[in-house]
Ligand binder design. Sequence first.
Ligand SMILES: Cc1cc2nc3c(=O)[nH]c(=O)nc-3n(C[C@H](O)[C@H](O)[C@H](O)COP(=O)(O)OP(=O)(O)OC[C@H]3O[C@@H](n4cnc5c(N)ncnc54)[C@H](O)[C@@H]3O)c2cc1C
Length: 320
Amino acid sequence: MSTYITDILIVGAGLSGLLAAINLQASGFHPLVVDKGRGVGGRLASRRIGSATFDHGAQFITARTPRFAALLNEWKELGLVAEWYRGVNEAHIHWRGVPSMTAIPKHLAKSLNVKLEMKMSVLKQEGSHWLAAFENGETISANAVLLTAPVPQSLVLLDAGGVALEASKREQLEAVEYEPCLAVMAALKGASNIPQPGFIRFESGLISWIADNQAKGISAAPAVTIHAMPIYSSSHWEDDRQKIGQRLLEVAAPWLGAEVAEFQVHAWRYARPRYEQDLPCLVLNQSPALLIAGDAFGGPRVESAALSGWAAAEVLQGKR
Ligand SMILES: Cc1cc2nc3c(=O)[nH]c(=O)nc-3n(C[C@H](O)[C@H](O)[C@H](O)COP(=O)(O)OP(=O)(O)OC[C@H]3O[C@@H](n4cnc5c(N)ncnc54)[C@H](O)[C@@H]3O)c2cc1C
């Protein structure tokens, strides 16, 4: 099998990787984005069960910076996002994807060179370039690499290839911990009891969030997404997923208001980073360039992933 050669390899087709790729491509680079998944988007994820549609990762998108707010407005003009609801502060818009969250990464990936079902297993330095090896036997040679997978997954790749990191940077990366999240997607036989605009947030108990995807405007049929609390998710991580789903549906019963037709469970091992780095991304090696980005840099939000991807692209363009 021959080795594919690129100037910049981006690992991860989540929002940080896709936005970095778009900016790099616009400035004349030829980035190749690889992802282990069958689709793009990472934690910007949607799924269908029959005619029910679910966002089962990120539930909404908000902007705190003018730069990201401007991007959301562009996406609104393109029909990729719509307002779901406003926060206590009326100006604070919570956006949803149109028709659902995955519409955004799918749109971004259209103009990019993206290879899916490419699970990278090793990254090693070979002289002036990087050599990435994948589980399917393929190899890619790159002048520069940007890692955007959750940090523990990126560390595994570096360790497998014997990439030596400065002690302080390794310490910084090892300090990044993530909360897990067990998510249940249930298609209902009738409308739910969840009040408008279609979500309930809980401060205690087994469940942290229930959303009504029909009220949200993304599902033709009644469909709820339930997110378990981080503590419940980690203490029941190894349990039978079918039983977990049943248990969470029992707890959620008062808000379901209708019989469950069918359900599925998705386990997010790295749902949200707990430890926030105060850097937008981290340069792990100058030459050949090796960078790491993603929501671990800036906080557990879609916007942070975007800002981190942009920052990494700017480092590679020599602007930072
Ligand atoms: C349940 C849940 C609810 C959330 N709710 C919200 C919310 O309401 N609002 C909000 O702003 N944020 C929310 N978030 C957080 C938000 O989804 C993330 O901050 C953001 O999507 C992260 O983007 P990213 O590009 O950094 O990482 P990701 O989207 O995780 O992208 C990383 C990509 O790397 C790929 N990858 C990993 N390992 C490898 C490998 N070895 N080889 C190849 N590819 C690999 C993965 O498949 C993935 O696609 C939520 C997250 C979860 C899980």
